[in-house]
Each structure stands twice: as structure tokens, then as C-alpha cells.
Design a protein around this ligand. Structure first.
Ligand code: LLP
Length: 438
């Protein structure tokens, strides 16, 4: 039994010869047509994650709710169009993401603009487009936004991002709710209260809700309940009627067979119970709850496919298998020591398994996709597929060593659609000196 398939998209199969297909399409044939490395998104997996979350909400929460995709996990115009057509809102953090959301047809009423240091051009673009809401991160931004709104004589809908002082168990770089965070207005030193008072007394800013995000790749749902309790306590203290509330995103996914997958039902149930209790005892109606999942929606839907190139042994006996991608398309192993698995896409492994290292082609020793795994003898041109590649890989990719970003396909019902063309070094404009174009 090829257990590792559990981590792949739900439509993944192997034929009797062990050749892998996703959404009925052979990985080998897709690579022949679109090149390697290749990123694939399986529509069925993404839709099934979304359906699970929606069902959990419908069953567990008696207030209104909205699901807002965190674009930073992976965004492109084609992905954005698909997300918009699934009825999702979108959480953006830059002018680039704002513009893609606009082009993809998101209603400005379904766009939330986050970020701890929004620039003036970004804020002006968001104001002009009329998005609801700008999620103000700090007092300096609040003052700036009030000034811009008064200059433009425009009422701006905002939320405030609050730092609740709740620490979650995850990689240190993905913790965002504790007091030392660079994000948000801390409750404990009074900045959150000051922000609420400022916004409520402003003629130009309309405070509609409170937001927090405690971290990413989180499995324990209790910190979400605790963060919501603290936000409600804050709202009560400032006599702010809380109509909309967001605990952000962050629900974790399974990267390894021994990992677990966070439970969306438990997530919604835990928050729902906390809100019913807190609002109930104050006689408040339940607020509209907005969730911002990124990784949980797209992580498992994505697969990275690489071709094996050079194969050798290091002098200490490690079998080193190099593929045609690496830290330029997936910086996560090098940045966070993130763990992955890999599978041969053309056959099941057979023969003696060797202690191996799956490395990329880029010029540093840290470019190892999987520093240690077991592999049989492999050959130049064989395909290696890595699952759970849908979140924070391409969105954090680079052109290190002038690498071209891979092509990205959407697979659904036997069709493959190009979401992102492979970058072509001959077409690039960005390294050309304007005055010396050839
Ligand atoms: N909302 C806010 C305000 C966020 O900052 C984030 C993620 C999300 C929602 C979505 O979180 P998710 O559901 O995807 O966990 N680069 C790291 C992850 C950084 C997450 C940043 N913020 C990684 O590769 O794991």
C-alpha cells in the first residue's frame, strides 16, 4: 500500500504500473506537455476543503459567517478568479494582491486589506476602490488613514487588528498573537483601547469590527477561543458594539504521515461555544464571524513535480538526488526547516532503499528539499512528486540564480488549465537596463 498517497490530492491514483495520476491526468504526460518543474492544483481537493469548512459553520455556528481566502498562501489572477467564483472573500496584504483581487472580479465588499505597514499608495488604492474593510494595524496607520480620508472627504470602513497576548504552539516565525508581535494593537498596554476610542470619535473612519490572527500552522483550537474572549472583553470595556469579528486563519495541515490534520469542525465548534457563552452572558447577539484560512484551503490541493537530474554519492555515503527545482520555488525547508515527503511519480519504489538526500539545483548547501529520506536507485528524467505544495511555496518563490518560476496548472474533471505560464528567461523585462535594450 502506497501510504504516502494520503497526503496527495484526493483524486490522486496510481495505475497498475504505479504511474501517478491526479484528476485523471498522468503526471508524466503533463510534464511532457508543460515542462518541469510543474505545480499542480487539484480543483476537487480545494472544493472539498471549502465544503468541509462551510458545513462545519452551518452546523455549528448560529450567527452569520464568511470565509475569506488568505491570498498570501498562493495567488495569481487565475487562482483569484476561481476563488471569487466559489463565493469566497479575500484577504490581501499588498498593492499587487489588491490589484489581482480587483481584476479577478472580487466585490470590494469582500476584500480585507491587512498588513503592518501599508504604504500611502496602497491605502489610497484601497480607499478609492472602496474596499470593506481596511484592517488597521497600529496607531500610526490609524492617524495616517484618518488624514487621507479627511483629505479625500471619504468615509472609510475599518477593522482594528488586535494583539490579544495569546501564544500558540508553532514555528516561532508564525506566532503572531503574543505581546511581542510586530502585528496589531496590544490589549495589555492600552493601545487597543486607544485605537478603538480614536476610531469611534473619528468623523471619517467607521469602525465595524475587530480582528486578530494568533498564528499559522496551528492545531490546538483553544487559543482561538481565548483570543475571542479577550476581544469581546475589550469591546465591552470600550462600549463598542461588536457586529463583526475575525480570529484570522492559521489552521494547520498535515505535511508528514505522522502529522495530524487540524480539525475544521473542532475549530468552528470551539469558537462557536466561546462566542455563545461570552455573548450570551452579556445579552449580545452573535457577531458575524469571518475566517481567513490560507494553507488549510490550498495546501493539500497543490503538488510540486520535479525531474531527477544528477545523482551521486557523497564521500560519507549519502545518496544525493538532485532535481530541477529547489529553494527558488520552495524556500520553506531552507527558511523554516519545514519537513516534506516525496514519491516517485512513474513507479512504486522497489529494490533496496538507500539513505538519500533530495536536493535542489541552486547554489547553496541549504538547498535541500528533504535532507534525509529513503529512496531506491533513481535515474535521470524520473519524476518526483512532493505533496502539500499548495501553500507558501510559489507565493514565496524567488528568481534566485535567475531561475524561472515553474508553470502552474489547475486540474479538474480531466482538464488541465494553465494558471501561470512558466517564466521565460528570454522574455524577462526586469533585468534589462531601459537605456540599453537590445
Ligand atoms: N490572516 C492573516 C492576517 C495572516 O497573517 C495569515 C498568514 C492568514 C490569515 C493565513 O494563515 P494560514 O491559514 O495560511 O495559516 N510563510 C509561512 C506562513 C506565514 C503565514 C502568514 N500569515 C509558511 O510558509 O508556513
Amino acid at each position: 500500500m502506497d501510504e504516502v498517497l494520503k497526503l496527495f490530492p484526493i483524486t490522486t491514483r496510481r495505475d497498475p504500473k504505479g504511474r501517478m495520476t491526479i484528476a485523471g491526468q498522468s503526471l508524466r504526460e503533463l510534464v511532457q506537455q508543460y515542462g518541469s518543474p510543474l505545480y499542480l492544483y487539484d480543483g476537487a481537493t480545494l472544493r472539498s476543503q471549502l465544503a468541509l469548512l462551510r458545513k462545519a459553520f452551518e452546523a455549528e455556528y448560529r450567527g452569520g459567517f464568511e470565509i475569506t481566502y488568505a491570498a498570501k498562501a498562493y495567488f495569481s489572477l487565475e487562482m483569484a478568479k476561481r476563488m471569487a467564483s466559489m463565493g469566497l472573500g479575500v484577504d490581501v496584504v499588498s498593492l499587487g494582491e489588491l490589484k489581482i483581487a480587483g481584476k479577478a472580479g472580487f466585490s470590494p465588499k469582500r476584500v480585507h486589506f491587512h498588513g503592518n505597514n501599508k504604504t500611502v499608495p496602497e491605502l489610497l488604492f484601497a480607499m478609492e476602490w472602496g474596499i470593506s474593510d481596511i484592517v488597521v494595524d497600529n496607531l500610526s496607520e490609524l492617524v495616517l488613514l484618518e488624514f487621507l480620508a479627511s483629505e479625500k472627504k471619504k468615509i472609510i470602513n475599518i477593522w482594528l487588528r488586535i494583539t490579544p497576548g495569546v501564544k500558540v504552539e508553532t514555528h516561532q516565525y508564525w506566532q503572531t498573537g503574543d505581546i511581542a508581535s510586530k502585528f496589531g494593537l496590544p490589549i495589555n498596554d492600552g493601545q487597543a483601547s486607544e485605537g478603538i476610542r480614536f476610531a469611534q470619535s473619528s468623523r471619517w473612519l467607521k469602525l465595524r469590527g475587530l480582528h486578530t490572527h494568533v498564528g499559522s500552522q496551528v492545531f490546538d483550537t483553544q487559543p482561538y477561543a481565548e483570543a475571542l474572549r479577550r476581544l469581546i472583553g475589550l469591546a465591552e470595556q470600550e462600549e463598542f458594539i461588536l457586529a463583526e469579528l475575525s480570529p484570522g486563519g492559521g489552521l494547520g495541515v498535515q505535511y508528514l504521515l505522522d502529522d495530524k490534520m487540524a480539525d475544521a469542525v473542532d475549530w468552528v465548534q470551539t469558537m462557536s461555544a466561546a462566542l455563545e457563552h461570552e455573548c450570551g452572558k452579556r445579552g449580545w447577539p452573535l457577531p458575524k464571524l469571518l475566517l481567513e484560512p490560507g494553507r488549510w484551503l490550498v495546501g493539500q490541493a497543490g503538488v510540486a513535480v520535479y525531474s531527477v537530474g544528477a545523482v551521486k554519492f557523497s564521500s560519507d555515503g549519502m545518496y544525493i538526488v538532485a532535481v530541477d527545482g529547489g529553494m527558488a520555488d520552495n524556500p520553506r525547508p531552507a527558511m523554516y526547516q519545514a519537513h516534506y515527503v516525496a514519491a516517485l511519480a512513474d513507479r512504486l519504489p522497489s529494490g533496496v532503499l538507500k539513505r538519500a538526500s533530495l536536493v535542489g539545483k541552486y547554489c547553496e548547501s541549504g538547498d535541500q528539499l528533504i535532507p534525509e529520506l529513503k529512496l531506491p536507485e533513481v535515474y535521470r528524467g524520473e519524476l518526483i512528486a512532493m505533496p502539500v505544495a499548495g501553500a507558501y511555496q510559489l507565493s514565496m518563490s524567488s528568481n534566485y540564480n535567475m531561475a524561472s518560476r515553474p508553470a502552474v496548472l489547475w486540474l479538474e474533471e480531466g482538464r488541465a488549465e494553465v494558471m501561470q505560464r512558466r517564466e521565460n528567461p528570454d522574455e524577462r523585462g526586469w533585468w534589462v537596463n531601459d537605456s540599453a535594450q537590445d
